[in-house]
Ligand binder design. Structure first.
Ligand code: ADP
Length: 584
């Protein structure tokens, strides 16, 4: 674990560093940089990398104890038109077609200038991501897209975790400081221009002075009070969002005069696995899955836009549906295999046994499948006129089902920006020094976001916000950076006395990819270190276990902590291994 938890900054050691740059006694500690970025999701980390590469000094504040935000959960891919990956796959596409699709999907409510910027810079975002180390070589068909343009890793790998990992590695490589547990609370405005912010760092007030601020705090899908304020009909809806998606950036921007747009445009994802609120990407349907209700019948074209699908599912028995797929679809997508390992997919050796497990009429489900397979053979879905994602039928047993229903997924409205990502005021003027990118902004997606356009949004506009904020900040005169010393992150220390027997122990647990092994050291009764001896887990998924769960075990000396969401099996494996070790 040594050295790997560099982004975990322990409060105490940093407060020593902070005290070096404190002004008069009693004032909040102050940092100073050219650009401060709020939020370490995809947009914020991208903006920080670009701002630094443009010559600015940068710091990122992240209110959670880990980076990644909602971005880490993105399961589909990144829409781009005219990319090298598309050309390599023989797919003809153009920004113009992407613009038309995005505007049509957004019911023409989108800001056309933002959509044009998005589409025209999407292929360049792919090039940039490849250059910084991300695999986006596979291209899939997304709903609402004329051409296949959803880019992701080989084998349909989930994009979010690998994107976050690559962005984080690039930040680390460049030495960009990420303050975790640092919640921005207020923007500092002087003569109309934004000159920094106030924040709570581990609950302690600090100030960051800067020439520019980039707001990249994501949406408000986890703030029920806020989404119900704009959409009373969504009261009681679950969410797929991480718990930091509370709309803070919108509130802070409004306080300095920013305009907002489309605040009531809230996307509910139609296919969210019911027990875990895991989003099941529409590319599962793109690969050929169908959707049936509790009665075993299809009820809509599965390739319809998200809003149509959400309302169709809500009209079915128990407001749920089942995605039905076969072994071919399962084999074609790594994400599905991960979901299966997570225990959220039901398997049946035949369609009839699957139906029985789901309490669906077996004859009806078998008939639905036969009718669908004939539609695929005839290339005509007379029942619902589905026209894409039907290249191959569902005939390779075993069969699988995923129980889904809609949940609040993406808040499309937010801060008003122009294509330079400058924040626009309620008077229609730009607010100097203030930039915003990603889900916190409004206008890119209009009334409905197409799958794959959120990751495109955070990359295209995240890059733009980084470049523009740096140019503005440096134009104001370069600020001499005052940053916390780049101290080696300390290993976590016990906050309480443990009750274990001193010694070094080895233990094993079963994770997603096999057996992992840990070495646990107990000194003076407390667990003082947990080292991974054997670790077959996927690095991107495991990072949070190493950076959050293990330090928390050491701090609290407890083994009954909550697992890390999105890394349930890895978390359980580590807990099991530590228990096994200490049991000895
Ligand atoms: P995007 O997709 O637009 O990048 P994400 O949800 O991935 O959005 O990331 C936004 C990040 O901003 C999250 O990690 C979230 O915890 C963080 N964040 C939200 N509000 C604040 C705040 N007030 N201060 C610091 N970080 C914040």
């Amino acid at each position: 674990m040594q050295g790997k938890n560099r982004v975990i900054v322990l409060a105490l050691s940093l407060f020593f560093a902070l005290s070096l740059c404190v002004g008069a006694a009693g004032e909040a500690p102050r940092y100073q940089v050219d650009v401060v970025v709020i939020g370490a999701g995809g947009a914020g980390m991208t903006a920080a990398i670009e701002a630094l590469d443009a010559g600015a000094s940068v710091i990122i504040l992240e209110k959670m104890s880990m980076v990644g935000g909602n971005t880490v959960r993105a399961s589909g891919g990144l829409n781009a038109a005219g990319s090298a990956s598309q050309k390599a796959a023989g797919i003809e596409d153009s920004p113009e077609v992407m613009i038309q699709d995005t505007m049509k999907g957004g019911k023409e409510k989108n800001d056309p200038a933002l959509v044009r910027y998005l589409a025209e810079h999407s292929a360049a975002a792919i090039d940039w991501l490849i250059a910084i180390g991300l695999d986006v070589s596979e291209v899939a068909q997304g709903a609402g897209a004329t051409n296949a343009r959803m880019h992701r890793g080989k084998g349909g790998a989930i994009i979010g975790s690998s994107l976050v990992q690559v962005l984080r590695e690039n930040l680390e490589k460049r030495g960009v400081k990420v303050l975790l547990n640092a919640q921005a609370t207020e923007l500092i405005q002087e003569d109309g221009a934004v000159k920094g912010l106030k924040a709570l760092y581990h609950g302690v007030p600090i100030e960051v002075r800067s020439n520019a601020v980039v707001i990249a705090t994501g949406g408000f899908g986890a703030n029920e009070e806020m989404f119900v304020k704009y959409r009373p009909d969504l009261a009681g809806f679950k969410t797929t969002n991480h718990k930091g998606a509370t709309g803070d950036g919108i509130v802070m921007a409004e306080a300095v005069g920013a305009a907002t747009v489309d605040m009531s445009e809230i996307q509910t994802n139609p296919t969210v696995e019911v027990s875990s609120t895991t989003v099941i990407s529409e590319s599962v349907r793109g690969k050929g899955a169908i959707m049936v209700n509790q009665e075993g019948a299809r009820f809509v074209s599965e390739m319809q836009t998200r809003d149509v699908l959400s309302s169709a599912i809500l009209q079915q028995t128990d407001k749920i549906a089942y995605l039905i797929l076969d072994q071919r679809v399962m084999d074609s997508m790594k994400a599905l295999q991960d979901n299966y390992a997570q225990g959220i997919i039901t398997k049946g050796d035949s369609i009839e046994t699957l139906a029985q497990t789901l309490n669906i009429d077996a004859a009806q489900l078998a008939e639905t499948l036969a009718t669908w397979n004939k539609a695929v053979a005839d290339k005509k879905d007379t029942a619902f006129e589905r026209a894409t994602g039907m290249d191959e039928d569902l005939s390779q047993a075993p069969y699988y089902a995923i129980k889904v229903s809609p949940a609040v997924h993406h808040t499309m409205g937010g801060i008003k920006i122009n294509p330079e990502t400058q924040v626009v005021s309620t008077q229609g003027e730009v607010i100097n020094g203030l930039y915003a990118a990603g889900e916190v902004t409004g206008g890119v997606h209009g009334a409905n976001r197409l799958g794959g356009n959120a990751v495109a949004d955070i990359e295209v506009f995240g890059r733009q916000a980084g470049q523009q904020s740096a140019a503005f900040a440096l134009g104001m005169g370069k600020l001499e950076a005052v940053l916390p010393a780049q101290e080696e992150a300390g290993e976590a220390q016990p906050d309480v006395q443990g009750n274990f027997k001193d010694g070094e122990y080895l233990g094993e647990g079963k994770g997603n990819n096999g057996i992992l092994q840990v070495k646990v050291t107990v000194k003076e009764g407390s667990i003082v270190s947990v080292e991974m001896v054997k670790n077959p887990e996927t690095a991107g998924i495991f990072a949070a276990v190493e950076e959050v769960l293990i330090p928390n075990i050491i701090k609290t000396q407890r083994l009954d902590l909550d697992v890390i969401s999105g890394a349930t099996n890895s978390s359980n494996a580590v807990l099991e291994a530590i228990k096994a070790a200490i049991g000895k």
